[in-house]
Design a protein around this ligand. Structure first.
Ligand code: DGL
Length: 269
């Protein structure tokens, strides 16, 4: 039996990482969990996000994955170490890969980060960037209105443009040349974010770098999928399956097999 890669997020955001994993390693089987019933994670206390992440990992472990990707910055910021201490397979987060890509990109040494309230409050990006380059200047901004837009499938509208424009205004004052999309939901809005920030600012999302890190670990450990035929991926969500399916099919460009999960929190937690 082929062991899958388990990928999780608070909702549809982690699909941005899934798309890169499928593109870079098409033979790997993906099991995805989007906790759409409890999204957004961003404004929640850290302990709650750790508990939710823990519950999802418990659920996903029944599929005997060979690796877990926490495709959620908010959960990576507060729960990565906890999950690593719990399971005996590699666990990859999205903050270090995104930080590496930003360091490679910046010429001015001034990097912006947009993310959820939880990610910005944790300062996880600042720490990761400064570990790589202590001279880097960092400007962080929480954009709590973006995730609900994405979860509603509202990627391009007048309201979306206006929300993004007004939210990003404080960053327009700062001479940054690189902006980290520090939330896996934000690549869905990348066109508008790019339009608002202008051509002098390069947008960095952690999806491709995270998939590369995953690929390197699988290669080093000799665990790359070997079967010639393409795998059947599986998607789970805890909330309304129709909207999730529509967004997933639109983003991934393929039919998906979706199983709604009814959480019975006391039994799973
Ligand atoms: N996509 C997630 C992240 O990268 C979570 C967004 C949220 O649920 O608030 O942080």
């Amino acid at each position: 039996m082929q062991r899958p890669i388990a990928i999780l997020d608070s909702g549809v955001g982690g699909l941005t990482v899934v798309r890169e994993v499928m593109r870079q390693l098409p033979r790997e089987k993906v099991i995805y969990f989007g906790d759409t019933a409890r999204t957004p994670y961003g404004p929640r206390p850290a302990e709650e996000v750790v508990r939710f992440t823990d519950e999802i990992v418990t659920y996903l472990m029944q599929f005997k994955p060979k690796m877990i990707i926490i495709a959620c910055n908010t959960a990576t910021a507060v729960a990565l170490e906890h999950i690593r201490s719990r399971v005996d397979i590699p666990v990859v987060g999205v903050i270090n890969p995104g930080s590496r890509a930003a360091i490679k990109s910046t010429k001015s040494g001034i990097v912006g980060i947009i993310g959820t309230i939880g990610t910005v409050r944790s300062q996880a990006y600042e720490e990761a960037l400064k570990r790589l380059n202590p001279n880097i200047h960092v400007a962080s901004l929480a954009c709590p209105l973006f995730v609900p837009l994405v979860e509603q499938g509202n990627f391009r509208s007048e309201q979306t443009f206006e929300t993004i424009r007004s939210s990003l205004e404080p960053l327009k004052e700062i001479p940054l040349d690189t902006l980290i999309l520090g939330c896996t939901h934000y690549p869905f809005l990348a066109d508008t974010i790019g339009e608002v920030m202008g051509p002098g600012v390069k947008l960095i999302s952690s999806d491709s770098e995270t998939a590369r890190e995953m690929s390197a670990i699988l290669q080093e450990t000799g665990k790359l999928a070997a079967q010639p035929e393409l795998p059947v991926h599986q998607f789970f969500c805890s909330g309304d399956p129709r909207l999730f399916k529509r967004i997933a099919q639109q983003w991934l460009g393929e039919q998906i097999e979706l199983t709604p999960v009814v959480w019975q929190i006391p039994q799973i937690g």
